[in-house]
Write a protein of this length. Sequence first.
Length: 135
Amino acid sequence: EYLAEFGSEFGTALRVLMNSRVKRGWAFDMEDQRYGEARNLSGVEFRICDAFEAMSKYPGDILMAELIHFDSRIDGLSKIKWLKNLIEMDYHGIVLMNDIHLNKYMNHFWRLIDPELKADLTHVGHHTGTGVVVL
């Protein structure tokens, strides 16, 4: 019922999911990229900050999210650090990530995740790779 989104033009996934069972969402991005209907999404809080700043400033919101859509263009090493931070926060939920096969660094990142916690959904997802991690 709660969703957090990092990157992806402020609210792209939220626009789709807010019409289903999601009651509240948080969108985090480095700059305000909202346009059109994204500016008026009911139940969505838009926050200008990077992924690491969001984790320190808004941990309660992130931990409340049952699904985190992570579409930020940070490199593989930073994604590893971000995912480790999420685990250290004791997050329990689903993390959906794009670009898992974008380049060799992202491929490396994806290989480091425990195979029992992840599924590659590229065949039904983003052309540069889509994966899901269940924590």
